[in-house]
Design a protein around this ligand. Structure first.
Ligand SMILES: *Cc1c(COP(=O)(O)O)cnc(C)c1O
Length: 375
């Protein structure tokens, strides 16, 4: 059996080596390392793949979130509601811009932001909601957009984990995750569903004016060379990363399908194990950035240790709720409002998930889990 990895980037590379190498070589030959033609080509291809008017590439997913918030003109003291159960980048940029993060509980089934909790958290100072499409499956965007409309709030989608996922709107239309709110932010970190070979990110929007504002912000606040109209940042997707991404984008649907196939096999093997809750599917496509189980028998940590001893990598995303992190704790939070995240952090375990998992590996992983839990 091939060595099991949490993410197998080497196996994936072997399959696309010629295309990727040629694409990178082109950049080196033409030396357009910054804002070269590859960046523009990838931008256009991603716009057409996502069906969104504007893609603005940037340096990483964290920047994408920050720049989205800067572009919307959010001001210190504005309250921004987001999920307690996500990667810290989401809340970090809110705090960094001196906006006030308001963390709320998530759903026990799909792990996404809880709509009732969002409603309860709205105050006259609330200016935006940041749903995170956690582990590859969309939050309830119909409900979030309704709330936003009613209270005149911006919606910024953290789409770092769900690129390519289809969202089935209640009005019948199907759109891509990240293109529903005012603005979407994604990451091309190597292990993401569309990953480059370093850091990368992008911002999506259908709003022409916002796209224009953001294009200036990523480039030192310049709309005309050496005229700095607003305070900006330096956040660029470098051309070599764009070359990798442009070579991989045509494969994204196949990559997501490979993840879904692996997820199905995991489900099948684990469905009769009482202590395990396999990932819930809401009505939107799940592209399995992570395949995350809940272990109901109280021995999640012992299982992690056991799997590691058997050479099976796994992850706990996330072990501590954000509202309990030193940097984001706030006296206004009430533990009773976080019953779900407080429970999930003790139950979740993410199994190896990537495009190269084979049947033998999945069988070994699942039988090791079942044997341990049935001991
Ligand atoms: C990866 C990730 C980010 C940050 O992306 P970087 O490119 O690493 O800065 C933000 N939010 C979520 C939910 C992520 O998973």
């Amino acid at each position: 059996m091939k060595k099991i990895q949490m993410v197998d980037l080497k196996g994936q590379y072997n399959d696309i080596k010629t295309t990727v190498n040629t694409s990178i070589q082109e950049v080196i030959e033409n030396t357009a390392f910054i804002n070269g033609p590859k960046v523009h080509e990838f931008q256009k291809h991603l716009e057409s793949y996502l069906g969104v008017k504007h893609v603005i590439p940037c340096a990483n997913g964290t920047d994408a979130l920050q720049i989205a918030m800067m572009g919307l003109g959010l001001k210190p003291g504005d309250e921004v509601i987001t999920a307690d159960f996500t990667f810290a980048a989401t809340v970090e940029v809110i705090a960094l811009l001196q906006l006030t993060p308001v963390l709320v509980d998530v759903n026990e089934d799909d792990f996404n932001i809880n709509i009732e909790a969002v409603k309860k958290a709205i105050t006259p100072k609330t200016k935006a909601i940041v749903p995170v499409h956690l582990f590859g499956q969309c939050a309830n965007m119909d409900a979030i957009m309704d709330i936003a409309k009613e209270h005149n709030l911006f919606v910024i989608e953290d789409n770092a984990q769900a690129i390519g996922a289809n969202y089935q709107s209640k009005n019948g239309s199907q759109v891509k995750a990240g293109t529903i709110g005012d603005v979407g932010a994604t990451s091309f970190f190597p292990s993401k569903n569309l990953g480059c070979y370093g850091d990368g990110g992008a911002i999506f929007t259908n709003n022409d004016e916002l796209a224009h504002t953001i294009r200036g912000i990523v480039n030192h606040g310049m709309y005309e060379r050496y005229h700095h109209d607003v305070v900006g940042v330096n956040s660029r997707l470098d051309s070599i990363q764009a070359a990798v991404l442009d070579a991989k984008l045509p494969k994204l649907d196949a990559y997501n399908a490979a993840r879904q196939q692996a997820a199905k096999k995991y489900d099948e093997a684990l469905k009769n194990t009482d202590a395990v809750v396999t990932p819930f599917r809401n009505e939107h496509e799940h592209v399995f950035h992570q395949y995350t189980l809940r272990i109901k028998s109280g021995n999640r940590d012992a299982l992690v240790k056991h799997l590691n001893e058997k050479g099976i990598p796994c992850g706990v995303y996330y072990p501590i709720p954000l509202h309990k992190q030193k940097a984001y704790a706030d006296a206004r939070y009430n533990e009773a409002d976080f019953t779900v995240t407080n429970k999930l952090v003790q139950e979740v375990i993410s199994l190896p998930m990537h495009t190269e998992l084979d049947d033998e590996q999945i069988a070994f992983i699942t039988s090791t889990i079942i044997n341990f839990l049935n001991e």
